[in-house]
Design a protein around this ligand. Structure first.
Ligand code: S3P
Length: 169
C-alpha cells in the first residue's frame, strides 16, 4: 500500500509527505517533479506557458499511470488530480488517500508571493477553484486531516495514527 496526499495548492502536501516518508523510512515521490522530468522543461510554469494546461494534464495522467506499480511509498499529488477520475482510479488501486484540509485563508497567506503556481495568479479565481474542488477532495479521500495551525510533524503524526488504525481494522 502507498499513502497518497491530496489537497489544494499550499496545503502542505510536500512538507508533510517528506516528513511522513522519513518517519516511516519509506520513499517519497512528487507527481509534479515526475511530470517536470518527463517534460524536460524547468518549471511547471514553463509547461503551462509553452504547451498549455491540457498538455500538463496529459503528463499528469502519464505519471499517474505508473503509480499502481509502486508500493510502500508516500505520493505527493498535484492539487488538480481530483478533477480527473482516471488519476483518482490509478491512485485508488493501491493507496490510502489522505486529504489535507486547509482553510483558504491559510493557503492565501502562504501563497500570496508564490510565483511557481500558474493556477494561483488571480486570488479570485484561486478561491473559486478552491470552492469547486473542496467537495471532490472530500469525496475521493479515505481519511481527512485538519491541518489548521499545525506543523508538518504534527500532521504526519496524525496520519501515522490513522494508517495504524486502518491496518488494525
Ligand atoms: C495544480 C497544482 C500544482 C501543480 C500545478 C497544477 C492544480 O501542485 O500540479 O500547478 O491544478 O491545483 P501543488 O498542489 O503541489 O501546488
Amino acid at each position: 500500500m502507498n499513502i497518497a496526499l491530496i489537497g489544494f495548492m499550499g496545503s502542505g502536501k510536500s512538507s508533510v509527505g517528506k516528513t511522513l516518508a522519513k518517519e516511516l523510512h519509506i520513499d517519497y515521490i512528487s507527481m509534479d517533479e515526475e511530470i517536470l522530468k518527463e517534460s524536460k522543461l524547468d518549471s511547471i510554469n514553463q509547461i503551462f506557458e509553452k504547451h498549455g494546461e491540457l498538455k500538463f494534464r496529459e503528463l499528469e495522467i502519464n505519471t499517474a499511470k505508473m503509480l499502481p506499480n509502486l508500493d510502500n511509498i508516500v505520493i505527493d499529488t498535484g492539487g488538480g488530480v481530483v478533477e480527473n477520475k482516471i488519476i483518482i482510479d490509478y491512485l485508488k488501486k493501491n493507496s490510502k488517500i489522505i486529504y489535507l484540509k486547509t482553510p483558504f485563508e491559510t493557503i492565501k497567506n502562504r501563497l500570496k508571493d508564490d510565483k511557481t503556481r500558474p493556477l494561483f495568479n488571480s486570488l479570485k479565481q484561486a478561491e473559486e477553484l478552491y470552492n469547486f474542488r473542496k467537495p471532490l477532495y472530500k469525496r475521493y479521500s479515505d481519511y481527512n486531516v485538519n491541518t489548521y495551525r499545525k506543523q508538518p510533524e504534527e500532521i504526519a503524526c496524525e496520519i501515522l495514527r490513522i494508517i495504524k488504525n486502518d491496518q488494525n481494522s
